[in-house]
Ligand binder design. Structure first.
Ligand code: PLP
Length: 261
């Protein structure tokens, strides 16, 4: 069967972000997505109204059922929602329920693109520190990078997070809306190994971060090297944003939904 990416992620009923973005992006990368659902959010394409996190034991049992059954090649996490869920995932790595050496793409989701809360930021930031040593690649937006590293400078922040245990960090300036083109830097073990510039398209996109991180996870599962997975994801994400669906075409400020097909 196709290699499997096991995702720990939340349900976004609008289908723009969360586990639906993961399933679609991983499928487009050529792999199969399996999901341990960590939270059910209540949101539209434009706004988060609230969420209820799954109990850590429930998310754990979903993951164990998949790990016992399918050839899981890569782990990806998105919205975890609670410190209990972060601790549960850390335990799966620490106790090697997830096989040692399994690549792990950690998208440290703190807030939605719309600004809506997807968990208490400060407690999540503290809890994420225990997961960092298991991460092959961390994919924060600039807000998350600054919150996790407590550094304003993105390069210093990325180097600090590598020093705290993550193997690599992909820095993207997509959330710094006044920064012109989008710059991306890939740091591996504290060294910048790849830099790219992507055009900033008009509009804001709901679920672009989830899609990018999941496509990278899918390519890793397919056997690509980290740097090649990032390059492949760069070209793919631009296509999905250029073709994005506009649920509210009369409102230039309304968020768009990446078209991943
Ligand atoms: N996961 C879930 C369940 C979400 O609802 C969101 C945003 O709404 C995210 C992750 C993060 O989305 P983005 O890719 O826009 O950063």
């Amino acid at each position: 069967m196709r290699p499997v990416v096991l995702c720990f992620s939340g349900l976004d009923p609008s289908g723009g972000a969360g586990l639906q973005a993961d399933i679609e992006a991983i499928g487009q990368a050529g792999a199969h997505a399996a999901i341990a659902c960590t939270a059910i959010t209540v949101q539209s394409s434009q706004q988060v109204f609230g969420f209820e996190a799954c109990a850590a034991s429930l998310a754990n049992d979903q993951a164990v059922a998949v790990l016992d059954d399918l050839p899981v090649a890569v782990i990806k996490s998105g919205m975890l929602g609670t410190t209990d869920n972060i601790a549960m995932l850390t335990r799966l790595f620490a106790q090697q329920v997830i096989a040692a050496g399994t690549p792990f793409v950690l998208d440290p989701v703190l807030v939605a693109n719309s600004g809506g809360s997807l968990g208490d930021e400060q407690t999540l930031v503290t809890a994420f520190r225990q997961l960092l040593p298991y991460a092959t690649l961390l994919t924060p937006n600039t807000h998350e990078l600054r919150a996790l590293s407590a550094e304003q400078d993105l390069h210093t922040g990325a180097q600090k997070l590598c020093a705290q245990g993550t193997h690599a960090v992909l820095v993207k300036t997509s959330h710094d809306f006044d920064s012109g083109d989008i710059e991306q830097y890939l740091y591996i073990e504290g060294q910048m190994v790849h830099q790219s510039t992507l055009p900033r398209l008009d509009g804001e996109f709901h679920g672009s971060g989830c899609s990018l991180a999941s496509f990278i996870a899918g390519r890793l599962a397919m056997g690509d090297a980290l740097i090649d997975s990032v390059k492949a994801a760069d070209s793919w994400i631009i296509q999905t944003l250029r073709a994005a669906d506009a649920p509210h075409p009369d409102n230039a400020k309304a968020q768009l939904i990446p078209n991943r097909f």
